[in-house]
Write a protein that binds this ligand. Structure first.
Ligand code: SDX
Length: 432
């Protein structure tokens, strides 16, 4: 029994009840209300999970007021500066940074799983060429369980590990195939001598006709963006993965569910929406009119890439991506880029405006990432797919944590029912 207790008292005659309070290693305490219904016949009511911790986790920690993000205790700034994506993936999955031998083994294993079953390429051909990449990604990743059903016993740790490797290794291949398919270009097979990120860029931009050479500045930029997107505790898509996983669904099905959830413009789809918004604004001189529409909530106008449920301060990832953005634009000699000028002017206006100050709305991870992608020649419709490729690591780590959690139960929220009470069926002829 926990030493700290919360006492809930009622004004309707229900006797008061004590609930245990638990402390994490850092962050707010939680009140364990699991016995509330059994003890009182009442539920908690928390649409949007404003005050609900859905699980114990030791993967990612966010302090939203201070703008702090850590994977397994390591500040995101240090990882973005010093690590490569696979090292971060190892850390997120295993809890510790790898030593040199572990790193080599992990990199080798991922590299040797990058090819996809040849039959999968025929699966792509069922899609229209103009399909949204996220629609294709949901379908193809969901279909992986039909291709890799030799290791789908979720109760076998080795099977879970194999599926984790397969997902992390194949997502870049599948994401690039999605792009190639939309362009009508041949799929490129992965090349094992390239790094994870180089391989992804090669499969995106290489063709069989010419030699493709990686650009270290651009590779590093993408590496950094993938690191920054790798995990973010119990966000909507991760919670979707966990909810699907709580039913015992296989990991490919769970990750496909996560991809579908990420797609929405309030979540990962915001990176695409930011570019559309910047296009719509068009020019610095149109910013005041746009901000006015946002503040008046005119036609659901929103400043996309701004605001966050947890961060009530600058999202630390947005700062790092803004820095990367400048590096990429300088490397590509796009210094006087109109988009970045517009984005920075928009950010400045918003950060000085009372509407945004009072609501603590700051740029989030999606505000600047699209500008980097665009500079790299990645079409806007691919932005969220790249977010999904990076987040697959977080999703699979969270899924593994869920499966190994002895407290885990099928996710099954309840409701406050406000519909009709019992009434008798009226035959059609007698209805008015
Ligand atoms: C991601 O959760 C995660 O960790 C997600 C993520 C991850 O890595 O997994 O960080 C990735 O999803 C980033 C967020 C990307 N989304 C956007 O950029 C879309 C724009 N942002 C908003 O839709 C919104 O800020 C959310 C969805 C991100 C957060 O929503 P909340 O916490 O439910 O806040 P809210 O909608 O209740 O907003 C509170 C107030 C409201 O005003 P009032 O009703 O009080 O007058 O702030 C306003 C909102 O209208 N508001 C905005 C705004 N965001 C919130 N007003 C204008 N522009 C915005 N962007």
């Amino acid at each position: 029994m926990s030493e700290k207790l919360a006492t809930l008292s009622f004004s309707d005659g229900t006797p008061s009840v004590d609930f245990p309070i638990y402390s994490g290693t850092v962050g707010p305490d939680v009140v364990d209300v699991r016995a509330l219904y059994a003890k009182t016949g009442k539920f908690t009511f928390d649409p949007g999970f404003m005050s609900t911790a859905s699980c114990r986790s030791n993967i990612t920690y966010i302090d939203g007021d201070k703008g702090i993000l850590m994977y397994r205790g390591y500040p995101i700034e240090q990882l973005a500066e010093n690590s490569d994506f696979l090292e971060v993936a190892y850390l997120i999955l295993n809890g510790e940074l790898p030593n040199a031998a572990q790193k080599k083994e992990f990199d080798d294993t991922v590299t040797k799983h990058t090819m996809v079953h040849e039959q999968l390429s025929f699966f792509f051909r069922g899609f229209r060429r103009d399909a949204h990449p996220m629609a294709v990604l949901v379908g193809v990743v969901g279909a992986l369980s039909a291709f890799y059903h030799d290791a789908l016993n979720i109760n076998d740790p080795r099977d879970r590990e194999i599926s984790a490797y397969r997902l992390i290794a194949k997502l870049p291949t599948i994401t690039a195939m999605t792009y190639k398919y939309s362009m009508g270009q041949p799929f490129m097979y992965p090349k094992n001598e390239l790094s994870y990120v180089e391989n992804f860029l090669y499969m995106m931009f290489g063709t069989p006709c010419e030699e493709w050479k990686p650009n270290p500045v651009l590779t590093r930029a993408v590496e950094r963006i993938l690191i920054l997107h790798a995990d973010h505790e119990q966000n909507a898509s991760t919670s979707t993965v966990r909810l699907a996983g709580s039913t015992g669904a296989n990991p490919f099905a769970c990750i496909a569910a996560g991809i579908a959830s990420l797609w929405g413009p309030a979540h990962g789809g915001a990176n695409e929406a930011v570019l559309k918004m910047l296009d719509e604004i068009g020019d610095v001189k149109n910013i005041p009119a746009f901000i006015k529409r946002v503040k008046e909530k005119d036609g659901h106008a929103m400043l996309m890439g701004f605001g966050h449920r947890v961060y009530k301060n600058y999202d630390p990832r947005a700062k790092l991506i803004q820095q990367t953005c400048h590096e990429v634009l300088a490397e590509l000699k796009l210094k006087d880029n109109k988009l970045i000028e517009l984005a920075m002017a928009l950010e400045k206006v918003a950060l000085e405006d009372d509407y945004f100050i009072q609501r603590k709305l700051y740029p989030n991870v999606d505000f600047y990432s699209g500008i980097v992608y665009k500079a790299l020649g990645i079409p806007v419709s691919m932005f969220t797919a790249i977010f999904a490729l990076a987040r697959t690591t977080g999703w699979i780590a969270q899924w593994k944590e869920l499966i190994g959690d002895t407290e885990q139960k099928i996710g099954r929220p309840r409701q406050l029912f406000v519909g009709a009470t019992k009434r008798d069926f009226v035959p059609l002829a007698k209805r008015k």
